[in-house]
Write a protein that binds this ligand. Structure first.
Ligand code: ADP
Length: 307
């Protein structure tokens, strides 16, 4: 029901007292690997909430790629269109975190950048059979555009998460039902520095004019500002504050939010859009109470009544 076209990375996380300066070698205290990539994270969140999911992605012919595919399988994600390329290594994110929680991240996209519009075409039957298609920008933008167009032509709802942000033509937005983005991404796309609800509303209006059905702007602990969709709340801009929770690690909160939206929009189509946004925010907030990215996507920590 949910099809994600996007990235898949392995996170290599080193914990150090202080981040190294150029030329310096430091000793780390702990090391962890994790499954990541925005596309993969969003797909896994939706799958764990209980909807059937499929992923369209590329990995390299290496152990990271095999582990990434196994992780999808472990989460009941259809991997028929997660293909292995010999042209590039699997995507990796090398992450260094210091004692204050500050980080330095190097992402090497590798195989993700070989995911092509032809790979999307090869999954056309899956797209046509889906209720919701989700795209981001950790794969070539033309690949995301192909998926958005194909979905739209077939009446499939599209969620476009413009992360990481790059300037885009309006073609992308004309095939987007729901545009989801954070403050930094909104600033890149609109030039408006988003710092509060007022500036967020300005950015949402600016983005709406470019053609998406509606816009959802997440503000971290500041919650979400969104535009109405359909007849229920047309032309309204609404702010929903975030849940106050005991936050320990916000990584992956945005991806949890997108994955949760995909779940609700495919599975609970009777819900008002404002309720979809509110519940997705509650889910995203709760994932910040656990460390890690996909490791924090635990359905059993959610308050009752959400799924
Ligand atoms: P991203 O991870 O893309 O930067 P945000 O930081 O905007 O995305 O977070 C997405 C959503 O996760 C927010 O709208 C909110 O619902 C929730 N969230 C993120 N950080 C916090 C926080 N510190 N406290 C409560 N909720 C949070």
């Amino acid at each position: 029901e949910v099809l994600v076209v996007g990235s898949c990375n392995t996170d290599l996380i080193s914990y150090v007292p202080e981040l190294p300066r150029p030329g310096e070698t430091v000793s780390g205290t702990r090391f962890k690997t994790g499954c990541g990539g925005k596309g993969a994270n969003q797909c896994v969140m939706a799958a764990r909430l209980g909807v059937s999911t499929a992923m369209v992605a590329k990995v390299g012919n290496d152990q990271f790629g095999r582990d990434a595919i196994q992780n999808f399988r472990d989460n009941n994600v259809n991997v028929d269109h997660v293909t292995v390329t010999r042209e590039a290594h699997s995507g990796v994110a090398s992450i260094t975190v210091n004692d204050r929680g500050e980080n330095c991240i190097v992402i090497v996209s590798g195989a993700n950048m070989t995911l092509s519009p032809a790979d999307v075409q090869a999954a056309a039957h899956l797209i046509r059979g889906s209720k919701v298609v989700v795209c981001q920008l950790e794969v070539p933008p033309d690949t995301s555009l192909e998926a958005l167009r194909l979905a739209k032509q077939n009446g499939v709802l599209t969620i476009f998460n413009t992360a990481p942000a790059v300037p885009l033509s309006d073609d992308f937005f004309h095939s987007t039902d729901i545009l989801v983005l954070n403050e930094t991404e909104a600033e890149v796309l609109t030039g408006i520095p988003v710092g509060d609800v007022e500036t967020a509303k300005q950015a949402v209006n600016r983005l709406l004019a470019r053609g998406p059905g509606c816009v959802v702007l997440t503000l971290g602990a500041g919650g979400v500002v969104f535009s109405g969709r359909g007849s229920e709340d047309t032309d309204t801009l609404t702010h929903i504050p975030a849940e106050s929770v005991a936050t320990v690690d916000t990584t992956g909160a945005g991806d949890a939010f997108v994955g949760a939206m995909a779940y609700y929009l495919s599975r609970q189509r009777e819900l008002a859009f404002s309720e979809v946004v509110r519940r997705s925010g509650v889910i995203a907030s709760h994932t910040t109470t656990l460390p890690g990215t996909q490791t924090s996507y635990q359905v059993n920590i959610l308050p009752p009544g959400l799924t």
